[in-house]
Design a protein around this ligand. Structure first.
Ligand SMILES: [Zn+2]
Length: 243
């Protein structure tokens, strides 16, 4: 819903969801994540227009990542594993999903989404303070994280007059830098760039057509950030052990 409504500045607090084809208001039984789409076989109940598979796929992706976060990042101690950190990671991952799809379609990263990631970072940090006590070093790690890639992107943006780097990418990497700290946000940049190169190679191989315009960086940065969240520490450890 956010992916559809945010870019056209439609309120997401009020107004029921409608079919984008016949504009019929959707019944609450049509709004059950994933299962409504499966039950309706991907068609509107009222006008039988096809409903994009993007909606259930995004819901499934979001749900899967929540489970993975619970198991591998926060929570994990049985069903009682709720924590403030869990809430923060959930907020961040959903914002990354939404901004990736909005960026793909509209080449813009909504402010509300990088702000959500930053708030997620604050929640994770608060949880850390509750559990381990406050340490200046840990705060410093997050503050440097804001500038490690965010600052670099800002400079590239200034030097290129805003052509090579959009403001949305700067804010995304600043917010995610606070969430992850400086090591993991730098790793996110490398992983994201790698994903971007891999994508352009594959799409050239498959399509053999010229790519249309600039490909937005946000989705690839998001992939890098998510990979860093889950396997970043192990990757850095493995790399250091090779050295
Ligand atoms: Zn319809």
């Amino acid at each position: 819903m956010l992916i559809y409504r945010l870019p056209i500045a439609m309120s997401f607090k009020k107004g029921r969801s409608i079919c984008v084809s016949c504009r019929h208001e959707l019944h609450s039984k049509d709004l059950f994540p994933l299962f409504s789409w499966l039950f309706l076989l991907g068609k509107c109940r009222y006008c039988k227009a096809k409903i994009s598979a993007r909606y259930p796929l995004v819901e499934a992706l979001n749900g899967t990542l929540y489970v993975l976060i619970y198991i591998f990042i926060a929570g994990g101690n049985g069903l009682s594993g709720f924590s403030i950190a869990l809430l923060g990671w959930f907020a961040a991952i959903s914002a990354l999903i939404v901004l990736s799809f909005v960026d793909l379609e509209h080449q813009i990263i909504p402010d509300s989404m990088w702000i959500t990631i930053f708030i997620g970072g604050i929640l994770v940090f608060i949880d850390e303070i509750i559990n381990d006590g406050f340490e200046w070093q840990k705060l410093l790690n997050r503050v440097i994280g804001i500038f490690a890639v965010g600052g670099l992107f800002f400079l590239i943006g200034v030097i290129s007059g805003g052509r090579a780097m959009g403001g949305g990418d700067v804010k995304l990497m600043a917010a995610a830098g606070f969430l992850l700290g400086w090591k993991l946000i730098i790793l996110s940049l490398f992983l994201g760039a790698f994903a971007g190169v891999l994508y352009s190679l594959l799409s050239k191989l498959i399509n053999k057509t010229k790519m249309r315009g600039a490909v937005p960086f946000g989705p690839f940065l998001s992939i890098g950030i998510v990979l860093s969240m889950f396997v970043g520490d192990s990757l850095i450890e493995a790399y250091l052990s090779i050295l």
